[in-house]
Design a protein. Structure first.
Length: 301
């Protein structure tokens, strides 16, 4: 059952199904399933590493495999599994089309996603380029890796894995935090902002505890992205930017032999936060204006 026509993205769960407190059932089922899914993929990775005798040489290592690329495969799959989980919960418990997590029209709008990519990828390249130039003298990228290019065969293998799996990993985080969670909370509140704030806070916390600048960067970005989802009626714009960020970050790590670096965006330096203060609203406002000009659906047709 679809939500009534004219419903915002956060109101897609308001389809009259599941009763007044049905959203609590979705939360009670989906959140444990996501945790179990991540743990299940991790356990499978540990088993495969043990059977193949491919575990890390150091007992203190945080990796499952000695080879960082193999470890990356299971790390990305462990997050990507969130997509079928929240889609299944929305369909079975929310009793609404799973595609309503993608957008108000019930599917990913691929043409619109392409327009977002045309804006997001160049902006992300400029942002990361500025960050590298700003922080190079104090903490060069090669400092966290083996100090150099790993060779073309290994680099190309790394990039193949990154290009194949990172889009699903980035999309999964959007489907869970900017998608399903916002719609579940949207079943109980009228304004989209409580859902955006809660989802943004959980998104920042999910990346772990690192630097204060990293936490603020994640929360600030997530707030803008949450606004953009409501403004454009779907996840396409934020999936694009998240994917662009992660592709470039993992690609640079692969090029500098630093795929075994366990740091996350939560460890971002203050320079990254300063740049994000500019680039997050720049992207969101440009894309929102583009969506308005192109007549992108903001509410259910």
């Amino acid at each position: 059952m679809r939500a009534p026509s004219g419903s915002r993205y956060d109101q897609q769960g308001r389809n009259g199904q599941g009763g007044r407190f049905g959203w609590l059932g979705e939360l009670a089922v989906a959140l444990p399933l996501v945790v179990v899914g991540v743990l299940a993929v991790s356990v499978i990775g540990m088993i495969v590493a043990a059977v193949m005798d491919a575990g890390p040489a150091s007992a203190d290592s945080d990796l499952f495999f000695e080879d960082p690329v193999a470890d990356l495969v299971f790390s990305l799959l462990g997050i990507a599994i969130g997509i079928p989980i929240v889609m299944g919960v929305a369909r079975l418990l929310g009793r609404r089309p799973a595609g309503t997590l993608s957008s108000v029209v019930g599917r990913l709008r691929w043409r619109w996603l392409g327009w977002c990519a045309a804006v997001g990828f160049p902006l992300m390249i400029v942002q990361i380029g500025l960050l590298i130039a700003w922080t190079w003298d104090s903490e060069p990228l090669s400092a966290s890796g083996d100090g150099g290019f790993p060779g073309w065969p290994y680099f190309l293998l790394s990039m193949a894995v990154i290009l194949a799996l990172v889009p699903f990993q980035a999309a999964a985080e959007e489907y869970v935090f900017r998608g399903w969670l916002v719609q579940v909370i949207g079943r109980a509140v009228r304004s989209p902002w409580p859902a955006i704030v809660v989802a943004s806070l959980l998104f920042a916390l999910a990346h772990g505890f690192g630097e204060l600048s990293g936490f603020l960067l994640l929360f600030y970005s997530a707030m803008w992205w949450g606004w953009l989802v409501i403004r454009t009626g779907g996840l396409e714009a934020v999936i694009v930017l998240h994917t662009a960020n992660n592709l470039l970050a993992f690609g640079l790590s692969a090029g500098f032999g630093a795929l075994d670096d366990s740091s996350t965006a939560a460890d971002a330096p203050w320079q990254a936060l300063v740049l994000e203060l500019v680039f997050a609203p720049l992207y969101c406002l440009v894309v929102a204006k583009l969506a308005e000009r192109r007549g992108v659906e903001r509410v259910s047709p």
